[in-house]
Design a protein around this ligand. Sequence first.
Ligand code: TEU
Ligand code: CA
Length: 580
Amino acid sequence: MVKRLIAGLVAVMVACGMVAGAQDTDAKLVNGYRPTWWKEAVVYQIYPRSFKDSNGDGIGDLKGITSKLDYVKGLGVDVIWLSPHFDSPNADNGYDIRDYRKVMTEFGTMADFDTMLAEIKKRHMRLIIDLVVNHTSDEHKWFVESRKSKDNPYRDFYIWRSPKDGKEPNNDPSFFSGSAWQMDKVTDQYYLHYFAVKQPDLNWDNPKVRSEVYGLMKFWLDKGVDGFRMDVIPLISKNQEFPDLTPEQLRNYGNAYANGPHMHEYLQEMNREVMSNYDVMTVGEALGISLEQTPLMVGEQRKELNMIFNFDAIRLNRQGAQWKQWALPDMKAIYTKHAEELDKQSWDTVFLSNHDNPRVVSNFGDDSDQYRVASSKLLTTMLLTLRGTPFFYQGDELGMTNYPFEKIGDFDDIEVKNAYKAQVLTGHIPEADYIANLRRTSRDNSRTPMQWDTTANAGFTTGAKPWLAVNPNYTKINATEELKDPASPYRYMATLVKLRRETPAFVYGDYKDLDPANKSVFEYTRTLGSERYLVVLNFSDKAAEFSVPEGMKLGKVVLSNEGEAEGMTLKGWEARIYRF
Ligand code: TEU
Ligand code: CA
């Protein structure tokens, strides 16, 4: 009785913050942040189809990944994010899942997955996998059942509507061209698909859908997986009235689809039912969520997700599907906004590449022979010293570049093929303009096979033909060359990841942009107590001066992408880190 009374008393005192609760005492706050492994981690994304083929069929696979884990570990990264490895007909290269509990045949077996996971853990790395539950493949057994009849028990696993005035229920567009509604003649109703026709959206308002999702999440967590990257997670809750989008909403319909009426409720339920029972990392692909809305998804008290991908920076050089020139002050303003909108209870990510975007050195650096290596290292410097958990994409560490696409037949991506039909074959835009824009924007730029060495197909496959052509510059840019070269982008990244691990200021330090208006130099500090670092990056191919504020005495150079560094003038694409 007395014990219970004291326990109750302590609980009240904790509730009033009079004494640190259990969770605070074991993790002393660092500069206001609660330290955790996923805040200190560096993440490396693997797109399995393009990483390493072990059986000569021209398609990457899990055994291939396992054979290259020492290479990944050599970078010092802590977490691998694996793009979908589940059974799929590959309408959207695995983002159309047919069976969540089965490994895609082309990628291998469940035993291969278990071996890969064990080998990852043996190297003291963790694995997060891709949770794609806004939609399934139309070949998933749930959809095969659902489309059979209006009274099928699985009918409400998806979103079906009758024609309205003989047409689609509303004007929702698909991300992959055309309407988001597909007429299915079996029952003369439309079903919703925000992405491909073969990717019907699940009906998250159906509690049976939610409990199936939570079950499949536990299936993989119980195998030892360390968390999830959640595909287009803000889209899961729909306004089931499906009103027409206004012209303004149509201009950026991703925002209109995101943040539906029950999104937070479902994420909190998912956290209660699943994540709260494990020590996991979750990152939401927050399509359509603004920085202002982000704390509601990642705030620690919200008990939803740990962090999200915000697309403001990576899509800075886009106007819709069109490439547009970007300016450094705009990128700097975005990172300052991240720091302002996300407080110390709302963790962040920093990234400029993934399987949906062009290669970072081509997209935000300078992939000319003269500056490719320097600018690749400069971008790596930025990503490893800005705020938030950094995410790298396979090949970034080599400074791999975009592919020299010439014709529509060079592409694999369903997004490209659908848009080609909708815009080029209809005569809306000339083919040459369409291809020229794709060379700078296409997702396939990042999906070409990893370049391992100078043998045929860059050592990606021993088979005749890889599923997507290898970039012809593999003879110059490949892992074997870079592992030998102490000044390679790979070696530089490994050095900087190690420095970051030894420097809490890069993880938990405060961020300050010292020269927001400067058009070519990005100059910022990271400060943690008495630890103070200055990072200066010359985002141009011209020499550029930089200065430090009054009273700030420049310390010694800790790292530079040009080896030695002196004076206050940066060479083209020169990056320096100073310690005060
Ligand atoms: O991407 C959603 C998304 O933001 C991209 O589709 C992007 O808007 C578009 O491709 C612009 O180039 C996720 C996955 O990362 C992507 O690979 C899938 O195709 C998509 O969802 C559907 O699952
Ligand atoms: Ca293979």
